[in-house]
Design a protein around this ligand. Structure first.
Ligand code: ZN
Length: 339
């Protein structure tokens, strides 16, 4: 009951990448960079364990960005000539690579960090990949001419890597789909089917992380336009509940999503976001236990994990790990109370 985990990314050490920003440039090169990514993965595992996190991740230490880390190993993409594109229905502009030919994996994408993490922890290990719809929304299409078709092409590649991660000993594979609360019609039309294609044949636990984005300004401004209650999930949760994906990770701390909506996720494990990644204030165990107790009104407590709202990549390291320690303490308190 109330096992703790992270949504995915954690801040990188300042010797590896420029701190406190997304898309942070690397501070090392070639062989030194590879060694640095390996060492940072090891540190991320150790710090999560020391904070008391039950299901740890590699902290995404070996990728610059959660989508582009994957795209770097895909053939058919022109990474050298990026173009400006509106992302998440024009919420913000980003320079994105272009798909110029059929996509294919050149090689394994995340073998090094998955294997390093696996060797160095006995805890359950979670690994994140971008979801197919989110990839399709973060890249310019000059080849497929159809978003769904392109998303399914990426889903096949994600599946190839996911199956390999499972062979590396990963216990949970999570696909990150922040695009899921932006394109609600497409989610039910083809988004969930593409996600299931990405997870096809996996015997380990599977998860999808849906959220309202990192705590960057464009997202904070967008959230301010969504009104008093965020009910976007109401449209997609019934379809997600019918899918083959086992766990759903959501932003709940300081969120305007009515927590009662998680009751629509029948039969799923719910990863309740109990750590706000848009604020440096450290949550109290009391606040975390309160969210856990509230969530337990709608989902059986043994199906709830306590998690961060979203990735922590752009945060200060000391703040991020203090928040993880608070999460573990809050979970212990929640176990005492609800148990
Ligand atoms: Zn997120």
């Amino acid at each position: 009951m109330f096992k703790t985990t992270v949504a995915g990314s954690l801040p990188k050490p300042s010797w590896l990448a420029e701190p406190n920003r997304l898309w942070a440039p690397w501070r090392l090169e070639s062989a030194e960079l590879e060694a640095g990514k390996r060492d940072a993965t090891l540190i991320a595992i150790k710090e999560q364990e020391d904070a008391g996190i039950d299901i740890v991740s590699d902290g995404e230490q070996a990728r610059q960005h959660f989508v582009h880390g994957f795209l770097e190993r895909v053939e058919g993409i022109d990474l050298a000539h990026k173009v400006e594109m509106g992302i998440r229905a024009d919420r913000y502009k980003a320079m994105v690579p272009q798909v110029v030919a059929p996509v294919r994996l050149k090689a394994r994408v995340h073998a090094m960090e998955a294997q390093v993490a696996r060797v160095h922890t006995k805890r359950r290990l979670k690994f994140t990949l971008p979801g197919p719809m989110t990839i399709a929304d973060t890249i310019a299409d000059r080849h497929y001419g159809d978003r769904a078709k392109m998303a399914f092409a990426f889903a096949e590649l994600l599946n190839e890597e996911a199956l390999a991660l499972e062979r590396d000993g990963v216990d949970v594979i999570q696909f990150d789909e922040p695009a899921f609360n932006v394109f609600m019609d497409e989610v039910t039309d083809w988004g969930i089917a593409a996600l299931e294609r990405a997870a096809q044949g996996l015997k380990c636990a599977t998860a999808v992380h849906i959220c309202y984005g990192y705590g960057i300004k464009a997202n904070v401004d967008w959230k301010a336009t969504l009104g008093r209650e965020w009910r976007q999930y109401e449209a997609i949760f019934p379809a997600i509940a019918k899918s083959s994906i086992g766990q759903i990770s959501l932003e709940c701390m300081h969120s305007k999503v009515p927590l009662s909506l998680i009751g629509l996720l029948h039969g799923k494990d719910v990863l309740v976001g109990a750590i706000d990644v848009a604020s440096d204030a450290i949550e109290t165990p009391e606040e975390i236990a309160a969210i856990a107790a509230e969530a337990a009104k709608y989902v059986p407590a043994n199906r709830i994990q306590l998690c961060t709202n979203c990735g922590m990549a752009p945060m200060r390291r000391d703040v991020a790990y203090a928040k993880l320690a608070a999460l573990a303490k809050g979970a212990a308190l929640a176990r005492e109370r609800v148990g």
